[in-house]
Ligand binder design. Structure first.
Ligand code: HGY
Ligand code: MN
Ligand code: MN
Length: 421
C-alpha cells in the first residue's frame, strides 16, 4: 500500500520542469561567472517572488503573504478551515551565495505539490508550499527571521525594526516588496499547521563523502549569535602615543583572540565564526574609533552552548579594557532541535521504496524547520552538495541528486498527506 502511494506521487515528478524552474529562478540575482546574491527583501528577492506568483497564477494556485513576508501557495480546492501540511524552504541567499541553499527546497516542494495534485490522490488535509522570509539573516539579523516570527519566537515589531548596514528597516523594505507583488491575499501570522517537511542541500561534506544520496535529518544543532560594538577614540596614527590611544581595533583583536582560545575544541565540534568585522573610519592613518563584529557560535549540546556562550560577554568586557566602551547584544539564542521521528520515518520509507539509500544525520546548518518544529511535527531531508560547499559562489548540487531529493519528498508527501495526520 505505502509503496503505491510513494510511487504514485514520486512518479509524477517532472525532472525537466524542475530543471527549467531552477534555471529561471537562479537567474534572478545571479552573479557572474557564478553564484547568487538575492538578499532578503531586496529587489532580487521581490523579483523572484514575482516569478513564483506568476507560476502560481498560471496554475490557479492561491498565493498569500503574512505580516513578516512569509508566503504560502495553496491549491484552489483546499479547505482553508483545515490546518495544512506545509512543504517549503527559503529563496533569499547570502550576499555571495549559491542557487541551491533554500532554492532547492522551494522548487522541490513546488514540484512535489504539483505531482501530488496531478496524481489525483485523495487528500485528508490540504498541502501548501511555504517560502519563509529572510532565512539567511545576512542583511537583517537574525537568521530564520520569518519562521521565528511565524512560530512566535521573535516579536513581529522587533523583526520589522531590524536594519541593514545602510539603515533601511525590514518594515520599509517589506512594504516595497509587497507593492511590487501587486494584489495578494493577507495571511494570518502563525496559523495552525499539521506538519512541515523541508528539503535542503546538506551544506556539508558527509553525504558526498559517504556516497549517500539522501540524508534524513534527526536534529539541528543549536546556535547563539552576538553583535559586539567597541567604541574607542579616533586619532592621528603618526602623532598619538600608545599610552593615549583608545584603539577599538586593538581591543576587538584582544577580544577575538581570547574568544578563540575559549572556543578551541580538539574534537572539532564547536563552530565559531566572526563573519562580519567593520572598522570605522577604516582609514590607513587614523586610529580606529569604533569596531563592530558578529559572533556565530554553534554546538549540538545545549550544555556546551550555555557554558561557553555565557562567557562571551565577560571576555569582551575584560579584553576591551578601560580604554573602550563595549556593547554586546545577543541577537539569537537557539537550542538544539530534535525533529519528528514519525515524519522522518516517512522520508526514510519513501526513499527505501524508491530504492534510494539514506543516512540519518544532524544538521550543522540552521533552517526554518527549527522553528516549525516548535509548532508542529517537522522533518527534513538533505541531498549532497559538491565538496560540501555552501554560503559560497561555488555552491553546487548535481541535477540527479536534485531530482532524487524531489522524488523522495514527493513520495513522503504522498504518505503523509494520505495517512490522516
Ligand atoms: O546559517 C545557516 O546555518 C543557514 O544556512 N542560513
Ligand atoms: Mn538555507
Ligand atoms: Mn544559508
Amino acid at each position: 500500500m505505502s509503496a503505491d502511494l510513494t510511487d504514485l506521487v514520486a512518479r509524477g515528478v517532472n525532472g525537466s520542469r524542475l530543471a527549467s524552474r531552477h534555471n529561471a529562478l537562479a537567474a534572478i540575482g545571479a552573479l557572474h561567472p557564478q553564484g547568487l546574491c538575492r538578499e532578503a527583501f531586496s529587489a532580487a528577492d521581490a523579483e523572484a517572488r514575482g516569478l513564483i506568483c506568476d507560476w502560481a497564477a498560471a496554475s490557479g494556485y492561491v498565493a498569500s503573504i503574512d505580516a513578516i513576508g512569509n508566503m504560502f501557495f495553496a491549491h484552489p480546492g483546499a479547505d482553508p478551515t483545515i490546518a495544512p501540511i506545509l512543504i517549503g524552504s527559503h529563496i533569499d541567499s547570502q550576499p555571495a551565495g549559491g542557487p541551491f541553499d533554500g532554492q532547492f527546497g522551494v522548487l522541490a516542494a513546488w514540484e512535489a505539490f504539483e505531482a501530488l495534485h496531478e496524481s489525483g490522490l485523495p487528500l485528508r488535509r490540504p498541502v501548501e508550499v511555504a517560502i519563509w522570509a529572510n532565512e539567511e539573516g545576512s542583511r537583517f539579523q537574525p537568521t530564520t527571521m520569518g519562521s521565528a516570527v511565524f512560530a512566535r519566537r521573535l516579536p513581529l515589531q522587533r523583526a520589522l525594526a531590524a536594519t541593514d548596514t545602510a539603515g533601511r528597516t525590514v518594515a520599509a523594505e517589506l512594504q516595497r516588496l509587497r507593492a511590487s507583488l501587486g494584489e495578494i491575499r493577507d495571511r494570518a501570522l502563525g496559523f495552525p499547521v499539521a506538519a512541515y517537511v523541508e528539503a535542503h542541500i546538506e551544506q556539508g561534506p558527509i553525504l558526498e563523502r559517504r556516497g549517500i544520496p539522501i540524508g534524513v535529518v534527526t536534529s539541528i544543532q543549536g546556535l547563539r549569535w552576538f553583535t559586539v560594538e567597541v567604541a574607542g577614540r579616533t586619532g592621528h596614527a603618526g602623532t598619538t602615543p600608545e599610552a593615549d590611544r583608545r584603539d577599538a581595533f586593538v581591543a576587538a583583536h584582544n577580544m577575538i583572540r581570547r574568544l578563540r582560545d575559549l572556543m578551541a575544541d580538539p574534537e572539532d565540534v564547536v563552530r565559531f565564526t566572526i563573519g562580519r568585522f567593520e572598522v570605522h573610519p577604516n582609514a590607513p592613518n587614523t586610529i580606529p574609533g569604533s569596531v563592530l563584529f558578529t559572533i556565530d557560535f554553534r554546538h549540538p549540546d545545549a550544555a556546551v552552548l550555555k557554558r561557553l556562550g555565557d562567557q562571551v560577554e565577560q571576555i569582551c568586557r575584560e579584553a576591551g579594557g578601560p580604554q573602550c566602551q563595549v556593547t554586546i547584544t545577543e541577537t539569537l539564542d537557539s537550542p538544539p532541535t530534535i525533529l519528528d521521528e514519525e515524519l522522518a520515518g516517512a522520508i526514510a520509507r519513501s526513499a527505501d521504496e524508491l530504492g534510494i539509500r539514506t543516512e540519518p544525520m544532524t544538521s550543522g546548518a540552521t533552517h526554518d524547520a527549527k522553528y516549525l518544529a516548535m509548532v508542529c511535527p517537522t522533518a527534513m531531508l538533505f541531498i549532497p552538495c559538491r565538496d560540501g560547499i555552501s554560503h559560497s559562489v561555488l555552491e553546487h548540487a548535481d541535477p540527479e541528486h536534485v531530482e532524487l531529493g524531489t522524488r523522495v519528498l514527493a513520495g513522503a508527501l504522498g504518505l503523509i498527506a494520505s495517512d490522516g495526520r
